[in-house]
Design a protein around this ligand. Structure first.
Ligand SMILES: [Cu+2]
Length: 167
């Protein structure tokens, strides 16, 4: 493999990484309304059903300073429907982000008071992005290719120098 081809491949990897960064979306849960007591019980499930979520995206939970909320992740649809509070609560801070780092269905509720029954609950389907460089489905390029690329570039520069000297 010539240095030129290898640097083209490297550029492709770089472009892929760049596109991945650009395409990752931060989703403000509930839109401008935020993660607060909703006007109706389907507010957040309606919000989620209009969105597409992919690995690499983030959920951003923003709550009003005068309202107390948290974020917790039930294990199943049954627990979500029944507002079963999981043992672990992520955060009670006014702004909290959840990284969508794996594909599959995920469930979120607020465990405070009866907020979940009041509608502070939703589920999402996180889509994998096969072909994206940092997707777990695609292994990263082996480290040896990076070092041989550097060696190839060095070799090219060196032989270029030699040719200049000889000529
Ligand atoms: Cu709440």
């Amino acid at each position: 493999m010539g240095p030129k081809l290898m640097s083209s491949i490297a550029s492709l990897f770089l472009l892929g990484a760049l596109l991945q960064v650009v395409s990752a979306v931060d989703h403000d849960v509930g839109g401008d309304f935020g993660w607060n007591l909703p006007p109706n019980t389907t507010f957040f499930s309606d919000w989620a059903s209009n969105k597409a979520f992919s690995v690499g995206d983030k959920l951003v939970f923003r709550s009003k300073a005068n309202e107390m909320h948290d974020v917790a992740e039930p294990n199943s649809e049954v627990d979500l429907d029944g507002c079963v509070k999981p043992g672990i609560v992520f955060s009670t801070s006014a702004v909290f982000s959840v990284a969508l780092d794996r594909p599959g269905r995920r469930y979120f509720i607020c465990t405070i008071g009866n907020h979940c029954n009041a509608g502070m609950k939703f589920d999402i389907d996180v889509l994998a992005q096969p072909g994206a460089p940092n997707s777990p489905l695609v292994p990263p390029p082996p480290p040896s290719s990076a070092s041989s690329l550097r060696f190839g570039a060095l070799l090219a520069a060196f032989s270029g120098l030699l040719l200049t000297i000889v000529a």
